[in-house]
Design a protein around this ligand. Structure first.
Ligand code: MG
Ligand code: FE
Length: 169
C-alpha cells in the first residue's frame, strides 16, 4: 500500500472519530437549548447529518478494505476537546456552546478539505466524493452558526437582563 493511501486511510479514521465526537457534543447541547428553539432545531438537523456522515465514512473504509471493528480505539483522541465543549454547565452555556460549535465546524471543514486533496492526489474518487458531501454540510452549518452568533448573543443578554430584573423584584 502506498504511503499516501495509508495517510488517507488514517485521516478517514480520524474524521470518523471526529464525527462521533460531534454526535456526543450536539446531542448534549440539544437538551439544554429549550430557550433557543431555532438554534436547537438547526442542531437537531445537523445531528442527523452527523450520524449520516459517520456512516458514510465507515462505508468508505469498508470499501477500501479497511477494518472498521477497531474504530473505537481512535475516538479517544478528541475526547478532551469534546468534554471541554460539551461539559459546560455555566449560566452562559448557550454562548460557550455557540463558540464551541462554530470552532468545531471549522475543524471539520479543514479535515474534509485535507481529505479531498489527499483522495484526489491518489485517484480515490469515491472518497473525494463522500468527503465533499460531508464538507458541504459542515460549510452550511458553519455559515448558519456564523449568521446566528450575534442574534444569539443579543437574545442571551436580554434574557439574562430579564432574569436578573425578575430576581430583584
Ligand atoms: Mg460533521
Ligand atoms: Fe459538523
Amino acid at each position: 500500500m502506498s504511503e499516501a493511501r495509508e495517510w488517507m486511510v488514517q485521516w478517514l479514521r480520524d474524521a470518523h472519530a471526529m464525527e462521533e465526537q460531534a454526535e456526543t457534543m450536539l446531542s448534549g447541547q440539544i437538551n439544554r437549548l429549550d430557550s433557543y428553539p431555532e438554534l436547537r432545531e438547526r442542531i437537531r438537523v445537523h445531528l442527523d447529518e452527523t450520524r449520516q456522515q459517520a456512516k458514510r465514512l465507515r462505508q468508505c473504509l469498508e470499501q477500501l478494505g479497511e477494518d472498521t471493528s477497531a474504530m473505537k480505539d481512535f475516538s479517544g483522541k478528541l475526547t478532551a476537546m469534546g468534554q471541554a465543549f460539551s461539559g459546560f454547565f455555566s449560566s452562559d452555556e448557550v454562548m460557550k456552546g455557540s463558540l464551541a460549535s462554530y470552532t468545531f465546524e471549522h475543524m471539520e471543514i479543514a479535515s474534509y478539505t485535507i481529505l479531498i486533496a489527499a483522495a484526489e492526489a491518489i485517484g480515490e474518487n469515491e472518497v473525494a466524493r463522500v468527503c465533499l458531501q460531508n464538507l458541504r454540510e459542515e460549510e452550511a452549518m458553519a455559515e448558519w452558526l456564523g449568521d446566528h452568533l450575534a442574534p444569539t448573543t443579543k437574545m442571551f443578554l436580554s434574557r439574562d437582563e430579564a432574569d436578573s430584573g425578575a430576581a430583584k423584584r
